[in-house]
Design a protein around this ligand. Structure first.
Ligand code: PMP
Length: 390
């Protein structure tokens, strides 16, 4: 018998699409992957070399539960360089990806029946981290015409005595948009701990990303190496927390994870110290793809009111073609062999939208756009497209 708790964790639809795409690929389909947030770039050489060196040098044992001091110092130096914020390594816990950092934060903040405010749409896994601790995600609708930014007054309206945190994510998944400095400052001033997922920092194409620590100390920063350094498989992330929470989080880490992967930690030091040039190169390629994706989707008839300026996603309004995003995503997969994620994965309020990831080459993005043009009757039907519009 599956526990009630496990039963309420919905599947991650992006992964369901991906797994179906993999089956079709095995049967010979030429699938174009625009469904996942996994950079197509190899991890930069200097990072891979450091990882290989870590194995050769025998860094293959447990580390300090909070992470190697040298890595935590490098993380603090990175925060100082990027935001002018001084953080001491004692406030950092290195984790197995940002996902494990989310687990630790929810574990330390939530008792049964508590609430966390989350935008709708938001990263699909947030509500499930909250539910795992028998707590309730409280959605705040955000709107396309606002660039899917929180309206601080709407956040205020959802605060209750049970509110233990406000989740923010800028640049955001699935929208690719940034929360403006003014709105971030307003949210920071509400007196509720802010849980700021900063995993897409470093992937911003216009303007500048802001860390929540520039506005308040009453905040948890979550970050990771997966996106900025193309290191999804290394499973490395970290959190920065107010000092009074560290000991409790460290105990949870010791019990449930012991420590993050030692080899990845060494590689992470190289990422922070040596990979800035490679990150800049990847960012400029992402930007080219972003512009091509926005232009192509608009030509087909998708709605993009506010151009996304960060991460590597476009959340496009598909209501001109379909209201049921789940059906539409699978129709595109089956008819065009183009894998995208349905908006509904990210919340009820993103129904009628599809998320396109541009973590794929420009050539494949152009090919996908051609297939979609044919499918939606905006261009010739390429050979890969079957039986037209469903
Ligand atoms: N937060 C957001 C917003 C994400 O998009 C992802 C990955 N898709 C994660 C957290 C988890 O990342 P990881 O565990 O690989 O660091």
């Amino acid at each position: 018998m599956i526990s009630r708790r496990a039963g309420q964790i919905a599947s991650f639809i992006a992964m369901d699409v991906h797994e179906r795409a993999t089956v079709l690929k095995a049967k010979g389909s030429d699938i174009i992957h625009l469904e996942l947030g996994d950079p197509d770039f190899p991890t930069p050489d200097c990072i891979r070399e450091a990882g290989a060196g870590a194995i050769r040098d025998g860094h293959t044992h447990y580390t300090h539960s909070q992470g190697m001091l040298a890595l935590r110092e490098a993380i603090c130096a990175d925060h100082f360089d990027r935001y002018g914020i001084e953080v001491s390594p004692e406030r950092v816990i290195v984790t197995a990806g940002t996902s494990a950092a989310l687990f630790l934060v929810m574990a330390v903040l939530l008792d049964a029946g508590d609430e966390v405010i989350v935008s709708d749409p938001a990263y699909a896994c947030y509500p499930n981290f909250i539910r795992l601790f028998d707590s309730r995600p409280v959605p705040v609708d955000v709107y396309e015409e606002d660039g899917f930014q929180y309206r601080p007054e709407a956040v205020v309206g959802k605060i209750s005595p049970k509110t233990k945190g406000i989740m923010i994510n800028s640049p955001a998944n699935p929208t690719g948009n940034l929360l403006s400095e003014e709105r971030m400052a307003q949210i920071a001033s509400l007196g509720i701990p802010v849980i700021s997922d900063e995993i897409y920092h470093g992937l911003v194409y216009e303007g500048r990303e802001r860390s929540i620590l520039e506005f308040t100390d009453r905040a948890f920063v979550l970050n990771g190496f997966s996106k900025r350094f193309a290191m999804t498989g290394w499973r490395l992330g970290y959190l920065i927390a107010p000092s009074e929470y560290i000991r409790a989080m460290q105990s949870i880490q010791q019990n449930f994870f012991i420590c993050a992967n030692s080899i990845s930690q060494i590689a992470g030091i190289a990422a922070l110290k040596e990979a800035a040039g490679e990150v800049a190169r990847m960012r400029s390629i992402f930007n080219e793809r972003r512009l091509a994706m926005i232009r192509g989707l608009r030509e087909i008839g998708f709605g993009i009111s506010v151009e996304p300026t960060g991460a590597f996603y476009v959340l496009a309004n598909c209501k001109a073609f379909a209201r049921d995003s789940y059906r539409e995503a699978f129709a595109l997969l089956n008819s065009c062999q183009v894998a995208v994620t349905p908006g509904i994965d990210f919340g009820r309020n993103a129904e009628g939208y599809l998320r396109f990831s541009y973590a794929n080459s420009l050539a494949r993005i152009e090919e996908a756009l051609d297939r979609l043009k044919g499918y939606y009757g905006k261009g010739p039907v390429p050979s890969g497209v079957r039986d037209g519009k469903s």
